[in-house]
Design a binder for this molecule. Structure first.
Ligand code: UT7
Length: 325
């Protein structure tokens, strides 16, 4: 029996040119390169220039993913941008990207699930493709977290970075087995009882401002390790697979210690994990497509590889997607 699968045809990313090492924060905060490295694994991050926005970075990543896939923008049925740092309250960042790509047809919308945004967007695009609402969807994660950081708060501002990544998903025929290429399963969760652990203290209908990131790091860490491993295992189970089948884990890049603990729980060695947190910091919804793009460029991720991707962020919202590249 043949079934429809949503296959990744191409991937691309964009990073702002301004690279900021940990030592930069030592000038203004009671912190150190040693603390940031040992607690988070982060060594540097990129920050957007004044004239760069979430949409402009998304556009660069989109162009790279389209070029990699050989798909023309005119042949896309839609764009989903996962972001918590949109250019404007409305219209969506996705419609800006749509216009800049010269698309005059199809849908474009933003999806907000903070750091889990790209996993949520992949699951949504997959649903649209499987239900025959679209054949080709451009899925982007793009963030300018530097615009919502409190530069006097050492517990948050040293952790985040800016950037964008994108994939082109296309409908293809599969056999309905775990050997198929494409998205094989998804597992999504949220629990709003934990909203105070990681949030932004501003918004349109409350303060009328953009606000700044606030986080109970230790608590989020505890939830992350437990929930990520469990969601990844559930997604693998749904696909009829186990950790032993995984070629690459492409985790959300928030903290190297979280990545290590999560993959250890899954029984997967670190040499099967794509890690970029040292170079990018936490780029929220952009971190997974950025890591996918870098992992492919480094020759790690190859066609046919089984990939597990997982993320958790504000909400709390978390989830995992299993796909064959
Ligand atoms: O992407 C969304 C999901 N987010 C995450 O997954 C982030 C989850 N959390 C984490 O990554 C870690 O909890 C952090 C990296 C944020 C913090 O690491 P930690 O090992 O949990 O440290 P901590 O929060 O327990 O803080 C330890 C100490 C504290 O001092 P006291 O109370 O022990 O005296 C902090 O005040 O480190 C202090 N501290 C710092 N010291 C130097 C906090 N931030 C800094 C800093 N520099 N930047």
């Amino acid at each position: 029996m043949t079934i429809t699968r949503a296959v990744i045809r191409g991937v691309g990313h964009y990073l702002p040119t301004r690279e900021v090492p940990n030592s930069e924060f030592e000038k203004t905060l009671d912190t150190s390169d040693e603390w940031i490295r040992s607690r988070s694994g982060i060594e540097r991050r990129h920050f957007a220039a004044e004239d760069e926005t979430t949409a402009s970075m998304a556009l660069e990543a989109a162009r790279a993913a389209l070029a990699d896939s050989g798909v023309d923008a005119a042949d896309l049925d839609g764009i989903i941008v996962a972001t918590s740092t949109p250019d404007l309250t409305f219209p969506s960042t996705a419609t800006k990207v749509q216009a800049a790509l010269g698309m005059t047809a199809g849908f474009a919308f933003d999806l907000q699930a903070v750091c889990a945004g790209f996993v949520y967007a992949l699951a949504n695009a997959n649903g649209m493709i499987l239900s025959n609402q679209a054949k080709r969807v451009l899925v982007i994660g793009s963030e300018t977290f530097s615009r919502i950081l409190d530069w006097s708060d050492r517990t948050t501002c040293v952790l985040f970075g800016d950037g964008a990544g994108a994939v082109v998903l296309e409908a293809a025929e599969g056999e309905g087995t775990p050997e198929d290429r494409g998205i094989l399963s998804a597992d999504l969760h949220s629990d709003g009882r934990f909203r105070d652990l990681l949030y932004v203290d501003g918004g349109v209908s409350t303060t009328g401002t953009a606000g700044c990131v606030r986080m109970e790091g230790r608590e989020v860490f505890r939830h992350a390790v437990e929930k990520l491993a469990s969601s990844a295992e559930t997604a693998l189970e749904k696909a009829g697979l186990t950790g032993a089948d995984v070629d690459w884990v492409v985790p959300h890049q928030a903290n190297l210690r979280i990545i290590r603990s999560t993959t250890a729980r899954m029984g997967i060695d670190m040499d099967r994990v794509v890690v970029t947190v040292q170079d990018h910091g936490n780029t929220s919804a952009a971190s997974i497509p950025l890591a996918m793009s870098v992992g492919k460029a480094q020759g790690k991720i190859k066609q046919g590889d089984l990939i597990v991707t997982e993320a958790i962020g504000g909400g709390l919202a978390w989830g995992a997607v299993v796909l064959r590249w």
